[in-house]
Write a protein that binds this ligand. Structure first.
Ligand SMILES: Cc1cc2nc3c(=O)[nH]c(=O)nc-3n(C[C@H](O)[C@H](O)[C@H](O)COP(=O)(O)OP(=O)(O)OC[C@H]3O[C@@H](n4cnc5c(N)ncnc54)[C@H](O)[C@@H]3O)c2cc1C
Length: 312
């Protein structure tokens, strides 16, 4: 490895100051799962590593304005295991569960994962479909960016070298909404996806019309891809058996995969169509499952027989 300085700022102010001091030569390090590999391969050669490990208060997961706020330093494992996320957004917990292995998820962070910007990652499609935004801060202030505008190319984002992701905000889902993430994994369970798709579907009150939908795909282009034309095809339309397959066909027009050891470009394009259809079907099943759970009779409270006599 090439020698570098290692700084351990204790708060955001110190992080901002260090990033300002070293400029584009500095690199933030959170879990280090992606960055260390890139340094070993000499793909990046920072003169200073700015560790976020000692910065407190950026790993919370909490309810905010009805949605869920996730700190930039929350680990994948903590999102996966959060009772709040599992209750409110089970699809997001499931998505993080799909990332790599437990050892990686225990240290990899939400902010580091997004800044890494590998188009094969699992969480970006789900977060884009959920309408998430990221908050980034620097010595000059902060800004909030919709995640579907965050990725620019392979390992490239809109982040400036002096900016840090401090929060990911997932808005409250509308009533009658279902969500699904599916990942095609023909090799091993901890591999990157060959193709992945996320769908968030909202039906109107009659349950017969699609009120809203968001669809995003992974591993089929230079960035995660939001399938806006496929969404437009469905939005406001009656829920018909063939509608999801048509949306899948439309989504294929938005993708531009490359051939690699996980599959040929043509195969991935076809799978993108299939996976969009299946993700939509799964999101619909999620809505129906939630409705079923709501209408199910609540279990009667057990009557506890009072014992006679005094308690000892
Ligand atoms: C063996 C292996 C298997 C993997 N499999 C999968 C998989 O199946 N699915 C999947 O989705 N991902 C997979 N990954 C990638 C994994 O998601 C990333 O390695 C991880 O999310 C990066 O998080 P980190 O905290 O370790 O980031 P780091 O390695 O610390 O940093 C990554 C990048 O983000 C920058 N950065 C770090 N924190 C911040 C911040 N708060 N703000 C701004 N920039 C920041 C760093 O400067 C660096 O450029 C795998 C990785 C490995 C090593």
């Amino acid at each position: 490895m090439i020698p570098f300085e290692y700084r351990t700022p204790k708060n955001l102010k110190e992080v901002h100051a260090t990033l300002k001091e070293f400029g584009a030569d500095a690199k933030l390090i959170s879990g280090g799962t992606a960055l260390v590999i890139m340094m070993k391969q000499r793909l990046v050669r920072p003169s200073c590593l700015v560790s976020l490990g000692s910065v407190r208060g950026l790993n919370g997961i909490e309810l905010k304005n009805g949605g869920i706020s996730i700190g930039g330093l929350a680990t994948h494992r903590s999102v996966e295991g959060s009772s709040l996320v599992r209750r409110r957004l089970p699809m997001l917990a499931e998505t993080y569960h799909h990332v790599a292995t437990l050892r990686i998820r225990n240290v990899a962070t939400v902010g580091g994962g997004l800044a890494h910007a590998d188009p094969n990652q699992d969480h970006p499609p789900s977060l884009i479909a959920l309408g998430a935004t990221v908050k980034v801060t620097s010595a000059n202030g902060s800004r909030v960016v919709p995640l579907d505008e965050f990725f620019k190319g392979y390992y490239e984002t809109i982040l400036n070298p002096d900016e840090i992701i401090t929060e990911v905000m997932v808005p409250k889902l509308a009533t009658n909404t279902g969500a699904a993430y599916i990942k095609f994994l023909p090799r091993t369970a901890d591999d990157y996806a060959t193709v992945s798709a996320a769908a968030v579907l909202t039906l109107d009150k009659t349950n017969k019309t699609i009120a809203d939908v968001r669809i995003a795909l992974g591993s089929v282009g230079e960035t995660p891809i939001r399938a806006t034309a496929a969404e437009a095809l469905l939005r406001g339309q009656p829920l018909k058996a063939e509608a999801f397959a048509e949306a899948g066909e439309k989504a294929k027009e938005a993708v531009d995969p490359v051939s690699d050891f996980r599959g040929s470009a043509a195969y991935k394009k076809d799978m993108a169509g299939v996976f969009v259809r299946r993700a939509l079907e799964k999101a619909l099943a999620d809505i129906r499952q939630q409705a079923k759970a709501k209408s199910a009779p609540k279990p009667a409270k057990k009557k506890v027989a009072k014992k006679k006599g005094k308690r000892k």
